[in-house]
Structure formats: C-alpha cells, structure tokens
Design a binder for this molecule. Sequence first.
Ligand code: PEP
Length: 251
Amino acid sequence: MRKPFIAGNWKMNTNSATAVALAAGVVNELQDVDTVDVAVCPPYVYLQSVAAALSASNVALGAQDVYFEDNGAFTGEISCQMLKDCCCTYVILGHSERRHVLGETDELINKKLKAAIAGGLMPIFCVGELLEERDAGKTMDVVEGQIRKGLDGLCDERIQAITIAYEPVWAIGTGRTATPEQAQEVHAMIRQLIATICDKSVADAMRIQYGGSAKPSNTAELMAQPDVDGLLVGGASLKAEDFSKMIKTVA
Ligand code: PEP
C-alpha cells in the first residue's frame, strides 16, 4: 500500500513574510492529517524561515533544485549538505522549467539524483512531454527516455528514496489538466518500466505523482486512478486553503 504524497512547488513566488504565513497556514489546516505525506518547497532563501514555521508539524520541507557537487567554486549553486543543514527532506529534480527554461539535460539530472540520494535527500524526479511531443504520439517514448537516462546507475536499493512526478509540460501552469485517463496511462507505463529496469517490488512501492494544473476540483478524480499516488502542485499550493483542501480530499 503506497502512502499518498502531495508536495507544493512554490517556484519563484512568495517573500519573507508571505512564505512563513503560507507555511503556517498549511500547518494549521493539516494538524489532524497523518494519512498523507505532505511537503512544501519554497525558494532557497526562505528555507530556514519556513523550516521554523514547519517545526513540530507533519509537513516536510523540500527544495526546488540542488547541485551535484559537495562544495567549491560553483557560484550561485547550493549543495545537498546545505539543504540538509536547512532541514530539507525532499528536493525536486528535473522540473520542466529547469529542463526547458534553464536547459538542464538528462545527464545533469542523473548526476543530481545520485548526489541527492547520496546526501540523504529524497528526490521528486520530474518527467513529462511537451505538447508537440504528445501531438506527435511520442509521449511514452519521451517519458521512457527521461526515466532511463535519469535513473541510469540507480537501480538498486537507493532508488527507493525517489518519487517520480509525471508532469506533462502542456499542463503545467496552463489550467489545462491531463484527464485522469491520460495521467493513468502514463503512470501505468512508468510503473511497468520501473519493473523492467529494476524489479516489480520496487515498482509496486514507488510513488508516482501527477503534476499539471492540479487543484481542489480535480484532486479526487486524479487520485482515484490506481497508479496516481500523489500530486506535485504549483499554483494551487500558493493558497493554504486550496492546498490543504486537496490534501484533506485525499486523506
Ligand atoms: C509544477 O510546478 O510542478 C506544477 C505542476 O505547476 P501547476 O500546478 O501550477 O501546473
């Protein structure tokens, strides 16, 4: 039985006051919820203040990216140890905005996944196709390629730290959600692929989130799909009430 996992990706939003208020609002709304794993992923600069707002709660902290080196001359980058130092449990890797806006490659994401796991973080590994790739019937090939390259060299016990997030790029921040059937089709393929490249027990245990304009009104139908184990939520995670409503729907 996979425990549902819902994470909020705040992206480059909030400020020092609103980040803490949002975290406190989520904590307040979710005091009695323990059947869903919940995380929020604020911008780096608010990790410590949000960590303080989350302390002694059942809401975990995640970061939106990490670099694969331990330390040194990598201006602007942040290491796994720094994230651990700020109380992070999770880290989002391979988000479509990092792939398509900031040019991250599958090879770089693979290095980051390996470093994150070695550093004691639990990655949320994002994959998903562009609209033109879906329209060209290439969804499964694209997602399979991203997973094979991203997980290269990781098919052993380390892989259990990973959550995969299927996020069709055309659904992210657009208001256009994948239908539950479209999500289920890709999630089932991902689980089958993990069984092939690792083994069935790993595939059965792996949590696969859906992301892409998930909101309170579509949470139940997405989560009703047998291979949808959670949600990675962007826009709707910026309102404590909406994000909490989604979690309560699942709980
Ligand atoms: C995301 O940023 O991962 C995301 C799914 O965003 P949104 O929910 O806004 O589509």
